[in-house]
Design a protein around this ligand. Structure first.
Ligand code: NAD
Ligand code: DAU
Length: 380
């Protein structure tokens, strides 16, 4: 079949990647979407059951670090676009096993860049019409402090961005030109990969784009991350391990809004630009946990507050970043993107999804996951 575009999406069997693959496969039947994923513990083809038989979708199990395979795939499918999400993504795992993070996130990205460069340079039109889009994180910018204007207790209303008013836990935000200052092995590896992507533009003229997004939540997230882990634990009346005092702040975005931003930026973003993506939606962990408890209890028909006793304060994460807050006004101003869901709406949808998809959760939360979970939490 002759497609208008042939696009590799890496990490398409993971959390965010599966939403991006689904959106592209459904919205662009004229594109061939090649999902390149190694299916590590975080990759799950059940995330894509609903589109697996679509004629414009191909799954390839491969390692992004395997240069020869990636290069051959690019030739075979005449790939003209790469949307790169494959990564090791969990901070706690990076603290235990930094090598794997350097291998996948740094060397894997470099292998993709080099394969794309060599393949595209071999074509008569070279980089014309090509795009290498790298998905990164706000964590590369480091951590912000919890600060607030004189006399006003956070959260307070601010107009620091183009979005009219939003709640914030400080005056500072991450902007596209905020200097990199990563603290965890995960964010250090992501920062390194971002530098390589930009270096390929500056050195070889590769048409690259980088975006840095805040915390995502929604269906199909691996239950090692705060929101799905806590929903699952509340349902099974397991302790909720709150790191430190639960005061850390994260800026939450519904995953489908991230996928919509990726679609927009892939098509309309300026080459060599960076765009921050975030929902202007800051929450202290402990407040989000209380919302989760209230929502799960209500949906399960439990008495109000029945699961509050599960909150268990545990040893803090090493090097735990205090606050992340993305200023996404450039993306809003230049490309007209904005989040579609209010947080309350997104959380309700998310909790319902995990409660309705018990089988999906149970398939993951057996075997290796059990061992990981025991090891991770028994010592805290
Ligand atoms: P995830 O851990 O859910 O999925 C990662 C996917 O990459 C999995 O399908 C896994 O099998 C695949 N993968 C891992 N190593 C691979 C390799 N060597 N070769 C091929 N595939 C491999 O991750 P996620 O949360 O969906 O994050 C996706 C991307 O978005 C990552 O690059 C992450 O840094 C970035 N990001 C995530 C968030 C978030 O809140 N989750 C926020 C901003 C940016
Ligand atoms: O900001 C974007 C990043 O968000 C992404 O780049 C990462 O891939 C993604 O994992 C996420 O990183 P965080 O470390 O912020 O997410 P996590 O869900 O692990 O933790 C969210 C907050 O909750 C953080 O402050 C740590 C805390 N936490 C987490 C877990 C798993 C707990 O208090 N207890 C827990 O058990």
């Amino acid at each position: 079949m002759n497609f208008k575009r042939n696009i590799i999406i890496t990490g398409g069997a993971g959390f965010i990647g599966s939403h991006v693959v689904r959106l592209f496969v459904r919205k662009y039947p004229e594109y061939h979407i090649i999902n390149l994923d190694l299916l590590t513990y975080a990759g799950n083809l059940a995330n894509l059951k609903d589109i697996e038989n679509e004629p414009n979708y191909t799954f390839v199990k491969a390692d992004i670090c395997d240069f020869d395979t990636v290069y051959a795939l690019m030739q075979e499918h005449k790939v003209d676009g790469i949307i790169h999400l494959a990564a090791e993504s969990h901070v706690d795992r990076s603290i235990k096993d930094p090598f794997t993070f350097a291998r996948t996130n740094v060397m894997g990205t470099l292998s993709l860049l080099q394969a794309a460069k060599l393949y595209w340079e071999s074509l008569p039109e070279k980089f014309e019409g090509k795009r290498f889009y790298h998905i990164s994180t706000d964590e590369v910018y480091g951590a912000l402090e919890l600060t607030h204007p004189e006399g006003i207790e956070p959260p307070f209303t601010t107009t620091a961005s183009s979005s009219e008013h939003h709640l914030a836990y400080g005056k500072d935000f991450f902007y596209e030109d905020t200097p990199y200052n990563p603290h965890s092995p995960y964010s250090a590896a992501k920062a390194s990969s971002d530098h390589f992507v930009r270096a390929f533009h500056d050195t070889y003229g590769m048409p690259t784009i980088v975006t840095n997004c805040s915390n995502n939540y929604g269906p199909y997230q691996f239950p090692e991350k705060l929101i799905p882990l806590f929903i699952n634990n509340i349902r099974h009346r397991k302790p909720l391990p709150v790191y430190g005092k639960g005061e850390n702040v994260r800026d939450w975005l519904y995953v489908e809004d991230h996928a919509r931003a990726i679609d927009l930026i892939f098509h309309k973003g300026e080459v060599a630009e960076t765009y921050n993506i975030g929902g202007f939606n800051e929450w202290k962990n402990i407040d989000i946990i209380k919302v989760l408890i209230a929502t799960v209890d209500r949906l399960l028909g439990n008495e109000e507050g029945a699961s509050l006793d599960l909150i268990t304060y545990v040893t803090d994460r090493a090097g735990h970043d205090m606050r992340y807050a993305i200023d996404s006004s450039k993306l809003q101003r230049e490309l007209g993107w904005e989040p579609s869901l209010q947080f309350e709406e997104g959380i309700e949808k998310t909790v319902r999804w995990y409660l309705d998809n018990e089988e999906w959760l149970e398939n993951i939360t057996s075997g290796d996951y059990e061992r990981y979970y025991e090891e991770m939490y028994s010592k805290r």
